[in-house]
Design a protein around this ligand. Sequence first.
Ligand code: SF4
Length: 103
Amino acid sequence: MTVRHEGGATAVDAELEVWIDQDLCTGDGICAQYAPEVFELDIDGLAYVKSADDELLQAPGATTRVPLPLLADVADSAKECPGDCIHVRRVTDRVEVYGPDAE
Ligand code: SF4
């Protein structure tokens, strides 16, 4: 949920985005099993994120927003990813909240 002050400053912003470091992806497909709405394997055998309208974002390191109802599945994907290459971060300050660089 996003709440904004007048003038556009963000008061509460829980929006998250996710990206995959394809250099480390093993292609096992765990992420696509957990959250097929967000992750998909391409013909190169590596996982990529998808846009809100289901388009595969094939640029390395491309990001997509994490729909709130899918957050648990995306977080589990990041935790279980054998390549440690799924990064979930806040949109506002790019701080990683799930993934290998999370605190
Ligand atoms: S779970 Fe991780 S290593 Fe496995 S396909 Fe997805 S991004 Fe690649």
